[in-house]
Design a protein around this ligand. Structure first.
Ligand code: FES
Ligand code: FES
Length: 282
């Protein structure tokens, strides 16, 4: 099975076990597509599938067969919205930027086709990019960049240098992050996280004793929020690492927890840390 990716015919896996994002990054070396949440929430992994913005971390790679895929690299740095992001400093670390840029390229093209070179409202831009999170908070620059691209202000090269020296690398997907480096022999790590808001962890076990497991619990062996890191496992491939993490069993001793402000203020409410000293040690 094949897909057209950025203009080239490439093979795609015939199994749904690999995500489209993993195949693009690990199989094809297109590391401009970022994986941040891995759960379809943040938009960092957005690519175009037959022209539609799609989160690739949840899409099985075999679903790309016969489709046309465009990643941030496929925009070539020539799309007006890429120049606008750079000129308006719509980025900081740039990890969310490929996803924003890919989605915004469709919005800008559609807006200009329907409305001419006019400026969309802030609400229209927010609606279009609602599936994207920027943890650095570069939203003001992003709003300005998308509006300016819609107005036609970046159809040719801007006549000034972008305020951020690595902006062009980040808006084109050329920027290489530590997670994009995979020298031969690199293993993948996966963190096993708490599924309970408050519990003491009695034990953490791997199904295979040969699996390397690193304990990440604090000295009091207590988890205090859903998602707290409990342990990390590693394996030669992402699939093996995810399987190893799924095979970890955590023996919890659940403790009371509250999730509302009033309940947390009520007399006798469970304490996150009974004393300042214990909080400092955690
Ligand atoms: S990494 Fe795919 S949506 Fe966050
Ligand atoms: S620029 Fe850092 S997450 Fe958006």
């Amino acid at each position: 099975m094949d897909a057209h990716v950025n203009g080239s015919l490439v093979p795609v896996p015939d199994s749904p076990a690999t995500s489209a994002a993993a195949h693009l990054r690990d199989g094809l070396g297109l590391t401009g597509t970022k994986v941040a949440c891995g759960t379809g929430v943040c938009g960092a992994c957005t690519v175009l599938v037959d022209g539609s913005p799609t989160v690739s971390c949840l899409l099985p790679a075999d679903r790309l067969a016969g489709r046309t895929v465009t990643t941030v690299e496929g925009l070539g740095g020539e799309h007006p919205v890429q120049r606008a992001f750079a000129a308006h400093d719509g980025l900081q670390c740039g990890f969310c930027t490929p996803g924003f840029v890919v989605e915004a390229s469709v919005f800008v093209d559609t807006w200009r086709a329907e409305h001419g070179d006019t400026r969309p409202g802030r609400e229209e831009i927010a609606d279009a990019l609602a599936g994207h999170l920027c943890r650095c908070g570069a939203y003001e620059g992003i709003f300005a960049a998308v509006a300016a691209a819609c107005e036609g202000g970046f159809d040719t090269e801007p006549d000034r240098d972008p305020p951020r020296v690595d902006a062009l690398d980040k808006v084109t997907g050329r920027a290489r992050y530590s997670g994009d480096q995979a020298p031969p022999g690199t293993w993948e790590g996966v963190v096993v996280r708490s599924v309970l808001p408050h519990a003491r962890v009695r034990a953490v076990r791997t199904a295979d004793p040969a699996t390397p497991l690193i304990d990440l619990l604090p000295p009091d062996r207590t988890v205090r929020y859903v998602g707290q890191a409990i342990a990390a496992v590693a394996a030669p491939t992402p699939e093996q690492a995810r399987a190893a993490a799924a095979a970890v069993t955590v023996d919890y001793d659940p403790r009371p927890a509250v999730a509302e402000v009033d309940a947390a203020r009520a007399p006798g409410a469970p304490l996150v840390h009974p004393t300042r000293a214990e909080r400092a040690d955690a």
